[in-house]
Structure formats: C-alpha cells, structure tokens
Design a protein around this ligand. Structure first.
Ligand code: NAP
Length: 263
C-alpha cells in the first residue's frame, strides 16, 4: 500500500450520500468510490441512483446500492439508512449533498418556499447527521460526516435573492460546528465543504443547457479565478475530509470557491 493510500484510501469503508442523483452529490459519490469506499446512494429519483450505482460498481469495483427516499420524510430517511446498512454493512461516512434553492425577493418570499428549503437544507441535514451519529455512537465506531454547504453560509449572496437558501447554509455551517464539538469525544468528525458556483441542475437553465450568460458574468466577477467550478473540482476536498489521515480535522468549513471568500 502506498503512503497516499494510507492517508487517503477509503477501502473497506462504507459511505452514504444524499443528493446523489445529480450535480455535486453525484460527483462526491464518484470521488468516494474512487477512494475505494462502498456507496449507498440516496435521493428521490430512483432511476438515476440505480444508473449511478451500476456505473460505480463497473468503473471502480466497489459495492454500491440505491436507497431512494425523500429525505424530508423522517421515516423514509431512516429506512434509507437501514437499507444501505443492511446491504453494505455498518456506515463510516455520511456525505450530505441534498439541497434546493428557492428564489424570490425577501419581502415577497413565500412561507411555503421558506419551509421547503429549511426542510431539505437544514432539517434533513440535521436528521441525517443524527441517524449517522447515533449509529456510530451506539456501535462505538469512529466516522466522518461531511455536508455540502456554500460560500453563502458565511456571507450574503450578491447574485441571487434566495433568503431561505442563504439562511439555511449559515445554519448548516453552525450545525457542523456544534456536532463537531458534541461528537469529537466519540471519534466522529463533522465538516463541511463550501463551494461557490458550479454548473448543475441548480444553476443551469435547462432551456439553454448552461448557466445564463448574464448570471455567469456576475458569478465570474465575484470570483478571483473568474470562472465557475468544474466537474471534478470538489473531489480533493471530499477525499481530504473523508480520509483517515484527516483524523485531527473537525468543525471545519472548507471553501472550494476559486477565491470567492478571499475578498
Ligand atoms: N451548484 C452550485 O453552484 C452550488 C454551490 C454551492 C453549494 N451547492 C450545494 O451543493 C449541493 C448539491 O447541489 P447541486 O448544485 O448538485 O444541485 P442539484 O444538481 O439540483 O442536486 C440536488 C440534489 O438534492 C437532491 N434532493 C433535493 N431535494 C431532495 C429531497 N427532498 N429528498 C432527497 N433528495 C433531494 C436531488 O435529488 P432528487 O431530485 O432526485 O431527489 C439532487 O440529487 C446542495 O446542497 C447545494 O446547496 C451547490
């Protein structure tokens, strides 16, 4: 085994990934599989998850299964955890990437939009962390929890008016910090990754198959590297935070943002 494998290798570990049916969650799942982890994939679109599970098994030779669930339904979420654990064995890593954004000016932002965003981005992130943490504590095993936050977790968003989104990402950063403190003595590390803009279903206009050019120009203006993130550019952060060699890293929010937060 090479020194890099000792530091970053995830072989023999089992990860559950929420939001694995598209975008950054899909990329993160592939990164963990490349590191050697077995994968349980969670989101609502079962066909996408089955497709990715097959792709991961064929490409990386690890075990992978789909566990479709609406993570805002506590019972469904718990069933998804049970299913993955039943199929793959005890869980070591939770990667929480499920998230939604609802646009609208703050003064007109409808309560239903607010509730939807809080339910996915914050409450489900808490409940999935809790399901993971409780299992690890009961089993007396260490583990790693990683959530995908955002650069707007630590500041306002100058491009999109999405008050619920910004507030939930701020909450998520502090969820991570609080859990890191509470669970450090159990060997459970809790961290987040804070990306700036990446082209995904969340940001791409389906009619043109790209981020709208006026928005892209504004995103680039706020990014010292003057470009959006690219597929694969989250991988090293995911592997770093999941890696056994990062045993002293907890409560961190790691930016992957082309310098967005450096201003
Ligand atoms: N793209 C960016 O520029 C950017 C920047 C910073 C942070 N982020 C964050 O990165 C994460 C991933 O976003 P993305 O850009 O990859 O967006 P995306 O492509 O729209 O992916 C969102 C994922 O969340 C899942 N999801 C949404 N609601 C769900 C629910 N109720 N139950 C289960 N799964 C649900 C979706 O799956 P189903 O629809 O199949 O359920 C999908 O897999 C989010 O937390 C987002 O806030 C994105």
């Amino acid at each position: 085994m090479s020194h890099l494998d000792t530091l970053f290798g995830l072989s023999g570990q089992c990860a559950i990934v929420t939001g694995a049916s598209s975008g950054l969650g899909r990329d993160a799942a592939r990164a963990l599989a490349k590191g050697g982890a077995d994968l349980g994939l969670v989101a609502r679109r079962a066909d996408r998850l089955e497709e990715l599970a097959k792709e991961i098994r064929d490409e990386f030779g690890v075990r992978a299964c789909a566990a479709p669930a609406d993570i805002t339904d506590s019972a469904e979420l718990e069933r998804a955890f049970d299913r993955v654990e039943g199929e793959l064995g005890p869980l070591d890593i939770l990667l929480g990437a499920a998230g939604i954004a609802e646009l609208g000016r703050a003064e007109r932002h409808k309560r239903e939009k607010w509730d939807r965003v809080v339910a996915v981005n914050l409450t489900a992130a808490f409940e999935s962390s809790q399901l993971m943490g409780r299992r690890l504590i009961d089993q007396g095993r260490p583990g790693s929890i990683i959530h995908i936050s955002s650069v707007v977790g630590s500041r306002g968003n100058p491009i999109h008016r999405a008050i619920g989104y910004t507030v939930t990402k701020g909450g998520l950063d502090n969820l991570v910090r609080q859990l890191a403190i509470e669970w450090a003595s159990h060997g459970i590390r809790v961290n987040a990754i804070a990306p700036s803009y990446f082209p995904t279903e969340m940001t791409v206009d389906p009619e043109i198959g790209d981020v709208r050019s006026d928005q892209k120009a504004r995103m680039e203006t706020f990014t010292p590297m003057a470009r959006l993130g690219r597929e694969g550019e989250l991988e090293t952060a995911v592997l770093f935070l999941a890696a056994p060699g990062s045993s002293y890293v907890t409560g961190a929010v790691v930016p992957v943002d082309g310098g967005w937060t450096a201003w």
